[in-house]
Design a protein around this ligand. Structure first.
Ligand code: SF4
Length: 295
């Protein structure tokens, strides 16, 4: 953001909010006033002086959170930040108008590990094969850590070309890419085969119902920069069905829970495949579902 914009933000906060404002975790700038009469003049000032859209409150989509993308992340397979720009251009009316049943949080992630967080709608990269190991550079990695970091125990020690190294058991690998973060020689990214998937129904809050996990709704969408039109279209389809069918105050996951997982696919019109079969609902009762973070 330019120094001029920051100066203008401070000036608006001084005039309307006694100098206070808040940068939220979703990259929103929040101005809080103590008098309702200040609201409309404040909105006018933000639009005219800053040129920023105003929205993201109550039943609308809030600013889309994203992971770091090509510039900063060490294992990105897409540019989540640019995908947010493309999506927000398409969904700006849902940001500015409070016309959804409840707030909708959307995230995009440039790898499958998804540090972009849990959300009502999550857009996540999917890899399609196990990592290819670059044995020429394998020695730069801390091999025991590479073996230990795999959540599926798919990496095991091996001697390759006479040197200590590792190998991957393809049948065990779930293509998550965690090992690539630990060791760049475990190359999982593949521009020819990586795709994008859309997950729905995640919620971290305890409001009305407990926290819920996201579920796979759409998979195999092309990773298609710079505008990712297939992803925008799929997200809009889900949002339209949600707006037309959910009750007031229902989050996306609560709506799906009420109508049923199969009915959700009837509403959005996407194919229900074997990958959508829910094989973990009972595991919910054994997971740690507390919203407290344990270290
Ligand atoms: Fe293990 Fe994931 Fe790497 Fe496969 S991609 S070897 S499951 S860490």
């Amino acid at each position: 953001m330019s120094p001029e914009k920051i100066e203008t933000i401070c000036s608006i906060a001084d005039r309307f909010c006694n100098g206070f404002l808040r940068f939220s975790t979703r990259s929103n700038v929040e101005f809080s006033v103590d008098d309702e009469a200040k609201v409309e003049p404040l909105i006018e000032a933000i639009r005219n002086e800053l040129g920023f859209p105003v929205g993201g409150t109550d039943p609308s989509i809030s600013n889309i959170a994203h992971t770091q993308g090509w510039l900063h992340c060490n294992l990105p397979a897409t540019d989540a930040a640019s995908a947010v720009k493309a999506l927000m251009d398409d969904l700006i009316e849902e940001f500015e108008n409070e016309r959804l049943p409840q707030r909708v949080k959307i995230t995009t992630s440039c790898c499958q590990i998804n540090c972009g967080r849990h959300a009502d709608i999550g857009i996540i990269v999917q890899h399609q094969h196990p990592p290819r190991i670059n044995y020429d550079n394998m020695q730069i990695c801390d091999l025991p850590k590479v073996v230990a970091i795999c959540p599926a125990a798919a990496i095991r020690p091996a001697v390759v070309n006479g040197s200590p190294s590792v190998e991957v058991v393809p049948e065990k690998c779930m293509y998550c890419g965690v090992c690539h973060g630990q060791c760049p020689s475990m190359e999982i990214r593949d521009a020819d085969t990586d795709t994008l998937s859309i997950w729905v129904g995640g919620k971290g809050a305890n409001t009305r119902s407990g926290p819920s996990l996201m579920r796979l709704a759409v998979w195999g969408l092309p990773n298609n920069p710079p505008r990712w039109p297939e992803v925008s279209k799929a997200v809009r389809t889900i949002l339209t069905a949600y707006r037309e069918d959910a009750k007031d105050w229902e989050r996306v996951g609560e709506w799906i829970e009420r109508i049923g997982w199969h009915r959700f696919f009837e509403k959005i019109g996407f194919a229900f495949t074997k990958y959508h079969i829910e094989d973990g609902p009972n595991a919910m009762w054994t997971y740690n579902r507390s919203t407290q973070v344990r270290i």
